[in-house]
Design a protein around this ligand. Structure first.
Ligand SMILES: Nc1ncnc2c1ncn2[C@@H]1O[C@H](COP(=O)(O)OP(=O)(O)OP(=O)(O)O)[C@@H](O)[C@H]1O
Length: 308
């Protein structure tokens, strides 16, 4: 079975809220694909549509060639879905949760151990603990086992690493690579842009629209402008100053510095330096840097600063 996902001209509205606008996606069988976007971008809505839990307002979604509306029963047999809000029964133990999900799919844990073993061994020592008493990372591993217990061909993971510590986050991505090697098509939604690099391809989504679909490396390669990191003793005031500067294309705070692009091809650093010093900024440092995926997202999603 070709475990691909194909979305065509998909729209979803909740009353007046247009949560998804003309989404088109082609996710290949066996791909590790990321859906990257901020809160409210429409990631959960798209996942719930793919998981056959919501009806589209317009357009179609097909999983393994089957329609999410008319073939929803068949799709549910080969789809694993881990919702963003924990799907576990907090007052059941670890093993009871897993047994419950196996029973829902009319299967048994022992028949599917090969699929979950690598993850299960990490939580087995806590198998009699109530799910509600597990740490965030452990809950996430259990939820993943539950989503895998019926050996899905396609796995949808909605913000699996939100609220999870950084060690558990990187362990989680290692587990996903292991699952990809088993041939499962995996789609992961995340608000963390740095996780884009763990995916083969990503879709950047904002306000219900897909801004770009490509490999993380190619997205970064397509960044057109020269990018500069600007720092001073007062980064926030420098941000406000640069927003008023008449050659500013984009400027935003990024960690300990500002990321800046100019409307011109060549950037006279001295001119920017003088401008900022005249504004009273001290300790100004300007250096050319390589863009990362966050810069590409900002470039795609923000309008250039307006100048009179
Ligand atoms: N049941 C609903 N009724 C009305 N509006 C909704 C409903 N569910 C989502 N929305 C709106 O649809 C838009 C997309 O929401 P969605 O939850 O899909 O985004 P998201 O990217 O998953 O973000 P989050 O991580 O915050 O859930 C938002 O504007 C949200 O407020």
């Amino acid at each position: 079975m070709d475990a691909n996902i194909r979305v065509d001209n998909l729209f979803k509205s909740y009353g007046n809220v247009q949560a998804l606008k003309n989404i088109n996606l082609d996710i290949k069988s066996g791909e590790l694909f990321g859906l990257i976007g901020p809160d409210g971008a429409g990631k959960t809505t798209l996942f719930r549509l793919l998981a056959t839990l919501l009806l589209p307002s317009k357009g179609t979604a097909k999983l393994c060639g089957l329609d999410s509306v008319s073939d929803y029963k068949k799709i549910r047999n080969f789809l694993g879905y881990m919702p963003g809000k924990f799907s576990l029964y907090q007052d059941l133990s670890v093993i009871e949760n897993l047994e419950f999900f196996a029973a829902v799919f009319n299967t048994r844990i022992e028949d599917n151990m090969d699929m979950i073993r690598d993850i299960w061994v990490q939580i087995e020592p806590f198998k009699d603990r109530l799910a509600g008493k597990l740490s965030g990372g452990m809950k996430q591993k259990l939820a993943l086992c539950c989503a895998l217990i019926h050996q899905p061909k396609i796995l949808l993971l909605d913000e699996p690493t939100t609220g999870v510590d950084s060690v558990s986050r990187s362990e989680f991505w290692q587990m996903l690579k292991g699952l990809k090697n088993k041939g499962i098509t995996i789609v992961v939604a995340t608000p963390y842009m740095d996780e884009a690099n763990m995916c083969e391809r990503v879709a950047l989504i904002q306000d219900g629209e897909i801004l770009q679909v490509n490999s993380p490396a190619e997205i970064v390669e397509q960044f057109e402008k020269d990018l500069y990191a600007v720092r001073s003793e007062d980064n926030y005031q420098t941000l406000l100053d640069l927003r008023e500067f008449n050659s500013t294309n984009t400027v935003f705070l990024f960690g300990q510095s500002l990321h800046y692009t100019d409307l011109r091809k060549e950037i006279p650093k001295d001119e920017i330096n003088n401008y900022l010093e005249n504004k009273g900024r001290s300790g100004v440092v300007i250096e050319k840097i390589k863009p990362v995926i966050e810069d590409c997202f900002m470039a795609l999603s923000t309008k250039p600063e307006e100048h009179e």
